[in-house]
Design a protein around this ligand. Structure first.
Ligand SMILES: Cc1cc2nc3c(=O)[nH]c(=O)nc-3n(C[C@H](O)[C@H](O)[C@H](O)COP(=O)(O)OP(=O)(O)OC[C@H]3O[C@@H](n4cnc5c(N)ncnc54)[C@H](O)[C@@H]3O)c2cc1C
Length: 238
């Protein structure tokens, strides 16, 4: 469960069509973000590896302390953040699905089932995808007069068929990226900064299906460059 925090605040975006991501020491184990609502207001937040926040009991490593550092010490953010906030959210982001998401008369969907994307922490799309299946299976089971675990296991099978592979690849990317130091991240991101790779990212990048882009990149003329940047990690993905 990653502890997360987010404010909505006055922020002069460099380009309001783009989100900004700050991986590495800005938010160890995950990343910080700014998501523009318009040119003048953004959602600014971050989530952390759970162990980080628990290490000190004095709030020193809390999500709030990292957010304050981002707002007041990161030169890029500091220059754009005008102070104050209009909204404030805190919450846990479950990473990694539950082993079992059904029981007699019970179905779990969304955060309760751990159906968030490990790469972004986003759970709206995946949760809604699974909830639609849950609704259908639950209705059919209730109409048929059988809401036993055995009957409801159909839900578990169907949502995993649609999401499990993507969540599994996302988890591997999450674990790999979360361990990198700032210098390694800079090197890795720098190595992706070529016109052909940027074109591929623009064409195939999809927050909900990161494996599509990874596969395209791997089997493109850039595979050598990528193997150098990611090492043997890429091979473990597919
Ligand atoms: C800071 C932060 C930023 C995020 N940003 C994004 C984002 O940009 N995009 C994205 O896709 N996801 C984002 N997420 C994740 C997203 O918010 C969740 O994945 C999503 O809201 C999960 O939906 P849910 O319906 O499963 O659970 P929830 O939204 O948590 O809904 C569960 C509901 O059940 C209610 N409840 C709990 N217990 C009981 C009870 N006993 N009886 C009755 N009701 C109860 C709760 O009050 C709540 O309303 C973010 C999360 C955080 C913490």
């Amino acid at each position: 469960m990653l502890p997360g925090i987010q404010i909505e605040a006055p922020y002069a975006s460099e380009d309001s069509d783009f989100v900004e991501l700050f991986p590495g020491s800005s938010a160890p184990g995950f990343f910080a973000w700014t998501v523009p609502l318009d040119e003048k207001v953004s959602r600014i937040g971050l989530a952390l590896e759970p162990g980080i926040a628990c290490k000190s009991g004095n709030g020193e490593n809390s999500p709030l302390s990292y957010l304050e550092k981002l707002l007041h010490s990161n030169p890029h953010v500091k220059a754009r953040y005008a102070g104050g906030m209009t909204d404030f959210v805190v919450g846990g982001i479950p990473i990694g699905p539950q082993e079992k998401t059904f029981s007699d008369g019970v179905l779990l969907a969304g955060d309760a089932a751990g159906q968030t994307k490990p790469t972004s922490g986003g759970g709206i799309y995946t949760g809604a995808f699974a909830a639609k299946i849950a609704g259908k299976v639950a209705a059919e089971a209730a109409l048929g007069g059988d809401t036993s675990a055995r009957r409801l296991s159909e839900y578990d099978r169907l949502w995993r068929k649609g999401l499990a592979k993507e969540l599994d690849i996302g988890m591997k990317i999450h674990d790999y990226m979360g361990k990198l130091e700032d210098t390694q991240l800079n090197e890795l991101i720098g190595s992706l900064n070529t016109p052909s790779i940027l074109n591929m990212i623009t064409e195939y990048g999809d927050m909900d299906h990161p494996s599509v882009l990874m596969r395209k990149l791997m089997f493109s003329g850039n595979s050598l460059r990528l193997m150098k940047a990611f090492g043997t990690f890429l091979k473990t993905l597919f």
